[in-house]
Design a protein around this ligand. Sequence first.
Ligand SMILES: Cc1cc2nc3c(=O)[nH]c(=O)nc-3n(C[C@H](O)[C@H](O)[C@H](O)COP(=O)(O)OP(=O)(O)OC[C@H]3O[C@@H](n4cnc5c(N)ncnc54)[C@H](O)[C@@H]3O)c2cc1C
Length: 410
Amino acid sequence: MSEPAWPAPPEGICGLPSTLETEVAILGAGIHGAALARELTLRGVPCALVDKGGVGGGTSQWSSQLLHGGIRYMLTGDTRQMREGLAERAAWARIAPSRCHWEAFWMPHRYWVEGLAHRVGIGLYDHWGAERPGWPAELRLGHVPGGAFQADPRSQGGPFRGATAYADLMTWDRDLTKDLAASSQALLLDFHEPEAFEQGEDGLRSLRLCDRRSGAERQLTARRWVFALGPWTDGAMARWFGETRKRLRLSSGIHLWFDPVPGCERPWAIRRPKGRILFVIPRDGLLQVGTTEREVEDGWVPILDAEREELFGALEANLPAIPWRKLPVRAEELGVRPLVAATGATTHLSREAVLERHDRFRNLTLVLGGKLTTARALMDRLATDLTGLRCEASTTAPLRVWDGQAPELR
Ligand SMILES: Cc1cc2nc3c(=O)[nH]c(=O)nc-3n(C[C@H](O)[C@H](O)[C@H](O)COP(=O)(O)OP(=O)(O)OC[C@H]3O[C@@H](n4cnc5c(N)ncnc54)[C@H](O)[C@@H]3O)c2cc1C
């Protein structure tokens, strides 16, 4: 598997000594690794968080930034996954209020029968997701009044006759990941490249790391190991241990960020073929549009013209009154979803995560797949499995807000 240039490390030094010992070594500081570091800290268990790049510098900074029940599961009938997401949404709103922002998403409909189906489905979604700490009283759910719908330029000249509003939670994915890491007391070894593992009787024992800032070497010893390497998992297992089994299928998705369009106030979620949703979300002074699905072979892949075209095509077909191709694109992003391997198209693969105990290294667990939304719950479960300790505070203890300082320089 090829590895295009990994982002260069920033200036600065890592003040940690050259030999380190901890209870749990976590490789990968995305949302899963950072959430696990917080869970272990809440349980009083020492850990180290290692990443070849920065905290939240992988897939966890290129998502659609929604902590959601997954309205698409209403379409695919996966109500169990949806209800888990809805419960987790409430937990995030409690522990990370400053990184969460409730919104009323409008789902437009073409015909009244479709509108009726949306009203029923969305009614159920919002009923199951009725726990919404901090919900702003002025946001309205359910039927969108005709006047408000007509006033939105997205309703003009297109196929839609009306809309139904449902609740979901927006976040800032990379900041949330950094807050999780800052809420832990993990030894932070960011910008450290894993070089060679040493095995002991029970499995993995220690790891030689190269500090990418200075070239210094560090040796990390731990009793337990967790790999939360997102879409880079299969490549790393092949390089480090010669394993060729594919645990994941990878699917890229892009977002385009346009200049704001006056009158586009609420986020829209437009149903597309194959159970997909086209999001058009005003946020941070811009208009975020996404996303696509393309099966890929690596965690680093470029954006293809065909992906951009797919988004432009969907925008023009659904929202023709806005001159999309003339609007400046302020940024474009591509993220790679790690999906648990199974047969079939990636659009139909489950977004559920799997925790795999390695069959040869019994003290190693791999985190496969998953979502931002369920990362806390999954890592709560893993931390309980690893330590035998439950932790009620996981769903209530507020996150420490990352203060902009690299954690190791604090
Ligand atoms: C387009 C798109 C939209 C999405 N939208 C949503 C959404 O709205 N809501 C939602 O809940 N989920 C969403 N997801 C899913 C979610 O973003 C991911 O499932 C999640 O971010 C994965 O987190 P992770 O911690 O497993 O992986 P990552 O965030 O990728 O973390 C893995 C880490 O491992 C590090 N690493 C890799 N290789 C090595 C190595 N050799 N040594 C050391 N470190 C290494 C990387 O630098 C990285 O920091 C979306 C995903 C995509 C792609």
